[in-house]
Design a protein around this ligand. Structure first.
Ligand code: FES
Ligand code: MG
Length: 592
């Protein structure tokens, strides 16, 4: 560590630029007015941004308001100057119509802040689902030294002596409510029990997934992702993260040095081993495109499918966030994967060492929670990438296929990976909610449920609605899940074996737009195909008729941003980014 000025610091262009003294004076004067001194600003010390995602609107990340104090102390001790600023709020559960809209908006805002202000490095405060990709996407585009700090999961939830996990308990409680086993008051008590402290979802939902993957990518200090929010260790790692970013600035260690193709491959492998969310392929594709790494969706199956499920967290398993941390967190998982040659060990991480050096000696502390590679929860737990005449790409999380589901749909000895059924098609979540329990909808135990109009354009931001429960009258008969296929997303906390993220979506005139209730559909998991069993000529005729009516209809935008995002957003298989934004790469280098 050094206090000596590093000549290439970009903040010098603002605060110490003899060639442009009148602008320098203007840049300096207003940062003085809350207590920073001229000497500090002109000292040549790195100016470190703390990109603050926590607020009262974002309860999952709110604890970052507290942790930022320890980050500042670390920055100050290492010889840097901290400047904290807000990131557009993203709260997964609170935002209407969907927080999916806000990832790209927060990305845009953060790019402008990192590019346009005198920052030499940044601490990205991550946590709730989309705050992590939004921050990493922006850091990738601007490419100044950046380190992520997770806010950490909530403590375990408990109800009557059993662990209740965020989100996962909601799916279970909804079924209990639909079956008349609990009343409304008990429903709310049960769900509220899963949120006992500050922090993000304590299940292996999208938050734990993306925070684990930020560590697997090398963008966080090793061992930091899984620390529960209220633990003292969380304060300590915040301080260490603040110290480390100052060193990273002096070393000029940038996102482009860390976010290599190997890093993404590692993240895909780790995602399978942890039982990560189906939102991960969307977000990793987005980060990869902004840093300029080719990551075709097929690589999720190529690198990820064969990997076994090791982490026994809800929704696929039993345990929760505190158990994951005590069992060793990400380093223990990576260590198991290293022993089986599945990790690119040389990938550099935020602490300046390789992921191999960081994790090789980590050990599993509780084999009930993180299984040894030889005794996994499930073999081949990664995603399948499917295509057919209804879409070009969709994914399926096979690790959550229940025994009941397997017995009902995948038990034909002649064709153990394929099944057929008649489609019932819903146009958006409102249509589903109106009709699901109506016997006139005609749902039987053989039905496949389709959800369309729920993609990035159709339902701006893409709704997490593909996992649909069966009608109440089937649940009471013991049918707890039906095959679900759609162009929306699915919450990482739901355990249903859906085929989702279908691209292109119906609103972009993908094949799902042509499907009709009653059509027979064949799903062949081994061949990786989903096809509607009607002749090509008839599909073409349906397409002509729909185009003549102006295409697949979807509701009007409600806000300016919805309209802007709809006009430029891409499909989920390629990251759902603002198309065209990926041509701005490593832009900080053009400054300072
Ligand atoms: Fe924010 Fe789950 S709702 S982490
Ligand atoms: Mg979610």
């Amino acid at each position: 560590m050094t206090d000596s000025p590093t000549p290439k610091l970009r903040s010098r262009a603002w605060f110490d630029n003899p060639a442009n003294i009148d602008m320098t004076a203007l840049y300096l004067e207003r940062y003085l007015n809350y207590g920073l001194s001229l000497d500090e600003l002109r000292s040549g010390k790195p100016i470190i941004g703390i990109a603050q995602t926590g607020s009262d609107l974002s309860p999952c990340n709110r604890h970052h308001l507290v942790l930022a104090e320890r980050v500042r102390e670390g920055i100050r001790e290492a010889g840097g100057i901290a400047i904290e600023f807000p990131v557009h709020p993203i709260q997964e559960t609170g935002k209407r119509p969907t927080a999916g809209l806000d990832r790209n908006l927060a990305y845009l805002g953060l790019v402008e802040a990192l590019y346009g202000y005198p920052l030499d490095g940044v601490v990205l405060t991550i946590g709730c689902d989309k705050t992590t990709p939004a921050c990493l996407m922006a850091a990738a585009t601007v490419n100044i030294p950046a380190i992520a700090l997770s806010v950490g999961p909530m403590l375990n939830g408990w109800h009557k002596g059993e662990r209740t996990g965020s989100g996962t308990i909601v799916w279970k409680a909804r079924q209990m409510l639909a079956a008349g086993e609990i009343d409304d008051a008990e429903f709310i008590r049960l769900v509220a029990s899963s949120a006992p402290s500050t922090g993000y979802c304590n299940t292996m939902g999208t938050a734990t997934t993306m925070n684990s993957l930020a560590e697997a990518l090398g963008m966080q200090l090793p061992g930091s992702a899984a620390i529960p929010a209220p633990y003292r260790d969380r304060q300590e790692i915040s301080y260490l993260t603040g110290k480390r970013i100052v060193e990273m600035v002096h070393e000029d260690l940038k996102p482009s040095d860390i976010l290599t193709h190997d890093a993404f491959k590692n993240a895909i492998v780790v995602n399978s081993a942890i039982g990560g969310s189906t939102n991960a392929p969307i977000h990793l594709a987005a980060i990869a495109r902004h840093i300029g790494v080719e990551l075709p969706i097929e690589e999720w199956q190529e690198f990820g499918h064969k990997v076994p499920l090791l982490v026994n967290l809800q929704p696929a398993g039993e345990y929760l966030g505190e158990d994951y941390y005590r069992a060793g967190g990400v380093p223990a998982v990576v260590s198991e994967l290293i022993r089986h040659g599945l990790i690119a060990e040389d990938a550099i991480t935020a602490n300046g060492r390789s992921i191999g050096d960081n994790c090789r000696d980590a050990r599993i502390e509780d084999e009930k929670v993180i299984r040894p590679f030889e005794q996994p929860l499930k073999e081949e737990a990664g995603f399948l990438v499917l295509k057919g005449n209804l879409f070009d790409a969709a994914i399926m999380k096979t690790s959550v296929i229940s025994e009941e589901f397997r017995a009902r749909y995948l038990s034909n000895p002649n064709s153990p990976d394929a099944f057929e059924g008649p489609a019932v098609v819903f146009d958006g979540p409102e249509d589903y909610h109106h009709r699901i329990d109506d016997p006139a909808t005609g749902i039987t135990p053989e039905t496949m449920l389709f959800m369309r109009g729920a993609g990035p354009v159709g339902y701006p931001g893409a709704a997490e609605v593909v996992n649909m429960r069966p009608p109440a009258y089937l649940i009471t008969e013991g049918v707890h899940s039906l095959p679900c296929i759609g162009d929306g997303r699915q919450s990482g906390t739901s355990g249903s074996p859906s085929i989702l993220n279908a691209s292109p979506e119906a609103a972009a005139m993908g094949g799902l737009a042509l499907l009709e209730t009653g059509d027979r559909v064949r799903i062949d998991l081994r061949a990786g195909r989903v096809d509607v069993l009607i002749p090509e000529a008839e599909l073409a005729e349906r397409r002509r008729a729909l185009e003549a009516k102006g295409g697949y209809p979807y509701p009007a935008s409600q806000t300016p941003w919805q309209e802007i995002q709809r006009s430029v957003v891409g499909q989920m298989s390629t990251g759902m980014i603002l198309e065209g934004s990926e041509k701005y790469q490593r832009i900080a280098q053009t400054k300072g």
